[in-house]
Design a protein around this ligand. Structure first.
Ligand SMILES: C[S@@+](CC[C@H](N)C(=O)[O-])C[C@H]1O[C@@H](n2cnc3c(N)ncnc32)[C@H](O)[C@@H]1O
Length: 156
């Protein structure tokens, strides 16, 4: 199983890239985190946020592997505890399907894309910058994996 993060945004600041890489490199080969960056659509020429999100939706969908489970990240999504995430990760690893996490750009994710996802999840009730969300998500996936392995990274 692979954990794919399809994230709108590229050319991230070095601290985002190194923060993400720090956690991604800790994952084992059978549960890798793979980042697919999506170039944001420019909001120029009077383009509305809706049309930008719709255009980005097409690019995001093209980055989702066939048959993957889809988890959309949104501040209005469901709260998960780290323990719940680790239980989900354990279930996902049993069926072996890839899981793709979607992170939107400055305007967010297209409403239809969110509605079609298997789950809508938040990492906080605050609105966070998209780069920070990928770092937080990578850390939580590593933490969730470490719990499934009884690894001492997570202390109760
Ligand atoms: C700057 S936010 C977009 C905010 C946008 N105005 C909205 O209403 O969704 C960019 C992306 O980061 C992710 N994001 C931001 N805050 C989040 C949170 N608290 N939980 C989960 N994802 C979040 C979402 O995927 C969002 O589409």
């Amino acid at each position: 199983m692979q954990l794919i993060i399809a994230a709108v945004g590229h050319r991230m600041p070095a601290w985002i890239e190194s923060g993400f890489a720090e956690y991604a490199k800790r994952m084992p080969p059978d549960c890798r985190i793979l980042l697919k960056e999506i170039k944001p659509v420019e909001r120029s020429g009077g383009r509305t946020a809706e049309s930008v999100m719709a255009a980005e939706r097409g690019k995001i969908e093209a980055a989702i592997p066939k048959g993957s489970r889809i988890v959309a990240l949104d501040e209005r999504g469901r709260d998960l505890t780290t323990m719940q995430l680790s239980q989900l990760l354990g279930q996902w690893r049993q069926d072996g399907r890839d899981v793709t996490f979607l992170i939107g750009g400055a305007d967010g994710l297209d409403a239809g894309l969110k509605a079609s996802a298997d789950m809508l999840v938040r990492v906080s009730s605050l609105t966070l910058p998209h780069g920070m969300v990928r770092v937080l998500l990578a850390e939580q996936l590593y933490r969730a994996w470490s719990i499934t392995q009884n690894h001492p990274y997570h202390r109760v």
